[in-house]
Ligand binder design. Sequence first.
Ligand SMILES: NC(=O)c1ccc[n+]([C@@H]2O[C@H](COP(=O)([O-])OP(=O)(O)OC[C@H]3O[C@@H](n4cnc5c(N)ncnc54)[C@H](OP(=O)(O)O)[C@@H]3O)[C@@H](O)[C@H]2O)c1
Length: 433
Amino acid sequence: MGEKPEAIGVGLFGLGTVGSGVVRLLEEHREELAEEIGHPLVIRKAVVQNIAKERAVSVDPALLSTEAEAILDDPEIRVVIEVIGGIEPARTYILEALKRGKHVVTANKDLMALHGAELIDVARAHGCDLFYEASVGGGIPIIRTLIDGFASDRITKIYGIINGTTNYILTQMSRRGRSFEEALREAQALGYAEADPSSDVDGLDAARKMVILATLGFHMPIGLEDVTTQGIRGLEARDIAFAEEFGYAVKLLGTALRENGHVEIGVFPTLVPKDHPLANVHDVFNAVFVYGEAVGETMFYGRGAGSLPTATAVVSDVVAAVKNMLLGVSGKRLSRPYREKKLKEPSEIKNRFYFRLTVQDSPGVLAHITQDLSQSGVSIERIVQYPNQESGEADILIITHTTSLAQLDEALGRIRRMPALRRIHTVLRVLAM
Ligand SMILES: NC(=O)c1ccc[n+]([C@@H]2O[C@H](COP(=O)([O-])OP(=O)(O)OC[C@H]3O[C@@H](n4cnc5c(N)ncnc54)[C@H](OP(=O)(O)O)[C@@H]3O)[C@@H](O)[C@H]2O)c1
């Protein structure tokens, strides 16, 4: 009999949805993981807020602590997993762990989007790994794909559905004709949306994920301030129904484009043609398209959240960190932006747009609108009028040809001065294929 391989100690900050999934995976896949790494992985401590809380997994009470030092001061803990979430104390715990030579795996998109560069610098300086696969797309291995899978290519475009909560709400609005408020309440009842849903419905969660994806994809130091963000709060079920009549599904898309070395990054509710695969990504699923100059189009689809799917990404990162440690290459392959950030000017950002106007149904209104649009250089791809005999009003739906937002804003400014106008509803993008 040979010697038993030494166990590798793991410390867990957080034992909630993702943390308990990590515990389950480490237990249920123990043998395969030990085979893969050559050493067993053993959780030595789990730091939580409330020790008395009931957990989704059974854990030896002796492993639980409320003191961060229980992990940070233990020299046997070589890899630290942070699944607390939020900025503090997660940031401090990660920095301390790195400074003490521990490798870190996190699922924290908020932290990586806002402080990723700082954390990666500290990791490199201390010869440690810092991996964050679970921060975008839950169980979809998109981060490693961007770093390794596209290492030989130049990424020109990344876009997709990266927030399950809003996708669930939009799916319910579309399939069941729910209002935004009704669909949101359902999502909250099912645990898909938080009590304060603003980060999801206002697009901030998706914007943070786009910071992470665009930074890796374009090798530029993209910040949250570079992402133009529009959420789904203002969406009306009517717009979703109208979009469907036009042959589109409405999805909240994150998009990152690079043209002639300049980039644009945004999060927008977008009309997606029904025959496009993204139109068929429903409920809490995520899907991301990545285009490379050489490879062309690729698509990644899967569960963007949930205990076990997210835990697979976390534990795969642990495996990668341990393998690097055993090979003596920790911290050497951490991706840092090496290109200067060059953003497109607003006039260079062009799209097709959909919008709906409610007007008083009187002669000449349509002609007035088309003239206002044409005077600002906005040309119409499609225009449809739906009169409402009872109210004496009409809904006018317009899809434009490709135009700049500046031109569209100018046209809408003109339309706003029209006496027959009752309301301009949410302006949506139309996916450029
Ligand atoms: N849930 C998902 O599907 C998902 C998907 C992708 C990424 N993520 C990311 O994963 C991270 C964790 O999410 P989650 O859903 O697992 O959160 P969660 O269920 O709320 O769990 C958070 C855990 O952190 C502990 N905690 C909170 N504050 C703490 C503190 N100050 N010190 C020590 N422990 C503290 C909590 O302790 P108690 O249990 O004692 O309260 C709890 O165990 C977040 O960054 C999230 O964005 C989650």
